[in-house]
Design a protein around this ligand. Structure first.
Ligand code: ARG
Ligand code: ZN
Length: 843
């Protein structure tokens, strides 16, 4: 049943053009296709079309009726050995489509999600990304707004036509029809093309579009300025949809967004939401070139578009906000999601070599590690060479469906480098462990590195990888004596020497997180404090504190060590340093996640106890609060901002530091300051942060009720209400609270956002999810089974909550195994969830 990369064959026919007519009806939509095919003389092959859940009414070839052979998933028939016209009419049932793939209904609005293989639920077609064609679409319905890809054509009473001149694969097809209102704007491209922009929303949401529109225009300008990429149609439409499995989708000229990833207002959205929306709008827009104009040959190449587009959206956010803060945020996310995946049974290469269900490979590894790989390539070849390679990529491959080999070749051709070893980053799963030791001998400083990548499922042995290691050296007094230089490690063991130094330096290694590896470095508290105070590299300045906290917390768990004042002093010094960006200081107050600590303890030979980890973190936070008690009130006061809410990075940074301080203050004042902030907040960031502080210290019941009363009508804010209560629950209450929330009348569990609000938060609450007794496991298992029957894709995604199970003790393992086996034994378990469960059980 798996599909293998090595089995790739081109399709035996070209598609020259596609004409689709939709007669929309919730329970019985008719789709009439007229498609021009011609034999692929370079790669002859059988005429087999994909199709799932389609009721074929008739089919013709060149006007003559035919009677194809149809299975659950395909259609075959005899075709001429010359160009021909295929016509077929099918009936589909959007109202019954709860999987949210293909054409479905969300609040009475028709919408589509075709990536990766949803188009085959709309009509019979070669549903593969290497088949590209121009599409013309006619939509017939009584609905006021009818949208598809490309440029608008004729429209009138009951119909609208669209034509997309750019050849595209079927996964980029989109259709939307409903009672929608537009938030319009315009953009003039640098060559003078006037583009009509619209964000389409349900009536009532018009007031939440301004931010997304600004982000769209900024993205369009940025891609022109930084990558030389211009938009290529007369219109660019974005639609907000409430029921959506993922964040958003880059359909050509018609991006469809999960409403949580586009709608923003000060009252209802946090600073984190604003930043995320800006980044996702940019991401989907950037796909127009990296994904749409140049697409993927097959789904194994998914990282070709996703890794590159994530890398581009990260650059954009850095340019719009702060590169230092963005890099730290990205490292936190990578460690939380990708390292976790890479160190468990679901580990897979950035370019997988086989899959059962491709939807299961829209992962942190493909996206985030895929982006890191591009960042490493850029660091190795340099900025100018990167730009040259990208220019060649766009020039050489525009209009094509490409592979990672094509991508690497443009770098080889522009730089003359041999990238065959670098390619291991795409083929080897697992997070490399990099260790470094220092030596000072005869006035020469040596860094000795060793790399090793542990086995992952199906890959017992790994070859050494090319690791760009950015290094800087400081004097013991804190002055930088060697600015950042990039060492290129290619061997399993490799040393680098630094001459001409007067004294033994302090090494700042892996600056800017120059490779997605786990670094281990012998060091001491004094060195860490020195780097925290003086490193010129903001990432490593932060990282020194983070590594310090991690070691300290591990020792608190394993040896009952007390919180060390060396750590507390060093963090306090950062908190007080007004020369530092508030957003950065807020990050410096953060601690490693409990899941990250569990993994670290596991690797250091311990069986992690989630409750002990939770208690250590609580103890350290309490100690930080006490240690900083004289400074915190001043921080709170300094971070207050007058005037109306502004979502820009500087204002958000101040709120983020203020709220980090509030969390500590709540440990000392029993929640007084947080309750006051909750009562007076005039924006969601401040309101939600205050509620979070209260819930964390076991208070806030009244505020949670008030919050609900205030926001009952707003589905996006209610997701926060559901999520926060579970996320902030004490370990012994989390599963009970989650269960109680599933009985809430507003727990509309078929909505993926609502389901994730409860169960994503439950699995993110490490101590609560893993609390003794296994109640959290059982609850999630039951609900995954229930959700799987209606929405396999989201069920499979949320099942990754269990991916860390082998770290834990025998009781917990037995409980989780039982849940996974119960799921595996379900008679109608989807292919999506079945694949995930099987990989978790076997890996
Ligand atoms: N291409 C989309 C994006 O990265 C995500 C689509 C995910 N779809 C899926 N079926 N998993 O923006
Ligand atoms: Zn993407």
């Amino acid at each position: 049943q798996p599909v293998y990369l090595r089995d790739y064959r081109p399709f035996g026919y070209h598609v020259d053009e596609v004409h689709l007519t939709f007669r929309l009806d919730p329970g019985a939509t008719r789709v009439i296709a007229r498609i021009r095919f011609s034999p692929n003389r370079d790669a002859p092959g059988p005429f087999v079309l994909d199709g799932e859940g389609l009721d074929l009414k008739w089919a013709r070839i060149d006007g003559a009726a035919i009677y194809p052979e149809v299975t659950e998933t395909s259609l075959t028939c005899e075709v001429p050995d010359a160009p021909f016209t295929w016509e077929a009419e099918v009936e589909i049932d959007p109202a019954a489509n709860t999987a949210l793939e293909g054409l479905y209904l969300s609040n009475g609005m028709f919408c589509t999600q075709c990536e990766a293989e949803g188009f085959r639920r709309i009509t019979y077609y070669p549903d593969r990304p290497d088949v590209m064609a121009p599409f013309s679409v006619r939509i017939e319905s009584d609905l006021p707004v009818m949208l598809s890809n490309g440029n608008p054509g004729a429209a009138g009473e009951g119909f609208a036509e669209w034509h997309d001149p750019w050849p595209k694969p079927a996964y980029l097809f989109a259709l939307v029809a409903g009672d929608l209102v537009a938030y319009p704007d315009r953009f003039t491209t640098r060559s003078g093309r006037d583009v009509a922009l619209n964000i389409w929303v349900r009536p009532g949401d018009e007031g939440k579009c301004a931010w997304g529109m600004e982000a769209l225009k900024a993205s369009m300008r940025w891609d022109e300025e930084v990558y030389g990429r211009e938009y290529d149609l007369e219109v660019f439409n974005i639609v907000a949809v409430d029921d959506f499995n993922m964040g958003a989708m880059e359909n050509k000229g018609l991006n469809i967004f999960n409403s949580s990833c586009v709608l923003a207002s000060a009252d209802t959205s946090t600073d984190a939401d604003f930043e995320r929306i800006e980044a996702i709008i940019a991401h989907e827009y950037f796909h127009n070139w990296t994904g749409n104009r140049i697409t993927c040959r097959d789904w194994f190449q998914l990282c070709l578009k996703e890794g590159l587009t994530v890398f581009r959206d990260q650059q954009f956010t850095g340019d719009m906000r702060s590169h230092a803060v963005k890099r730290i945020d990205d490292a936190i996310t990578l460690r939380a999601r990708q390292f976790r995946e890479d160190n468990g049974p679901l580990a897979h290469p950035v370019r997988p070599e086989s899959f059962v269900e491709i939807n299961n490979f829209y992962t942190a590894t493909v996206y985030e590690k895929g982006a890191e790989v591009i960042g490493m390539l850029k660091r190795l070849v340099g900025d100018a060479a990167y730009s040259k390679a990208l220019a060649l990529y766009f020039d050489r491959h525009d209009g094509q469906a490409c592979t990672i080999e094509d991508w690497l070749k443009v770098f080889e051709d522009t730089t003359g480098r041999d990238l065959s070893q670098f390619k291991h980053w795409y083929s080897q799963a697992g997070t490399p462990r990099l260790s470094v030791t220092e030596e000072w001998r005869d006035g020469v400083f040596h860094l000795h590195f060793e790399q090793h990548t542990p086995p992952t499922p199906g890959q017992p042995d790994k070859a050494p990888q090319v690791i760009p290691i950015a290094v800087g050296l400081l004097n013991p007094n804190g002055d930088e004596v060697l600015p950042t230089r990039v060492l290129e490690m290619t061997e399993a063991k490799q040393s680098f020497a630094f001459e001409g130094l007067a004294t033994r330096p302090v090494a700042s290694v892996l600056r800017d997180f120059s490779a997605p590896v786990i670094l281990s470095q012998e060091t001491d508290n004094a060195t860490r404090a020195l780097l925290m105070a003086h490193d010129t590299d903001p990432f490593n300045k932060w990282e020194a504190g983070r590594a310090f906290a991690k070691d300290l917390l591990c020792r608190m768990v394993t040896d009952g060590a007390p919180p060390e004042s060396a750590y507390l002093d060093a963090v306090l010094a950062m908190l007080r340093d007004e020369g530092l960006d508030p957003a950065f200081r807020a990050l410096a107050l953060g601690l490693p996640s409990q899941d990250d600590l569990a993994q670290t303890l596991y690797e250091r030979g311990h069986t992690p106890d989630p409750l002990a980890i939770h208690d250590a973190v609580e103890t350290l936070v309490q100690a930080m609060a006490q240690h900083m008690q004289d400074t915190l009130p001043r921080i709170l006061a300094d971070m207050v901002q007058d005037g109306p809410f502004r979502p820009d990075a500087a204002s958000a940074g101040k709120r983020s530091l203020g709220n980090a301080a509030l969390a500590l203050v709540s440990r000392l004042d029993g929640g007084k300051a947080a309750a006051a902030q909750f009562a007076s907040a005039d924006n969601m960031t401040q309101q939600l942060a205050a509620l979070a502080c209260l819930l964390t210290i076991g208070k806030g019941d009244a505020q949670a009720r008030a919050f609900r009363d205030q926001w009952q009508h707003d589905r996006l804010v209610m997701n926060k209400w559901f999520g926060l209560q579970v996320a902030r629950a004490a370990p012994d209450r989390a599963a009970d609270i989650a269960e109680k929330l599933t009985r809430d009348p507003d727990f509309t569990w078929k909505n993926p956002n609502r389901f994730r609000a409860v169960f994503g938060s439950l699995s993110a609450n490490a101590a609560g999810f893993h609390a003794p007794g296994g109640k959290g496991y059982g609850l999630l298992g039951d609900w995954l089974g229930k959700l799987d029957a209606v929405n396999p894709q989201t069920a499979a995604r949320v099942s990754t909550a269990f991916e860390t199970w082998r770290r834990y003790d025998a009781d917990r393992q037995a409980q989780i195994r039982a849940v996974l086996e119960t799921l595996a034994a379900k008679p109608d378990l989807s292919r999506d969830t079945a694949e995930m469960v099987q990989r978790m059980l076997e890996g």
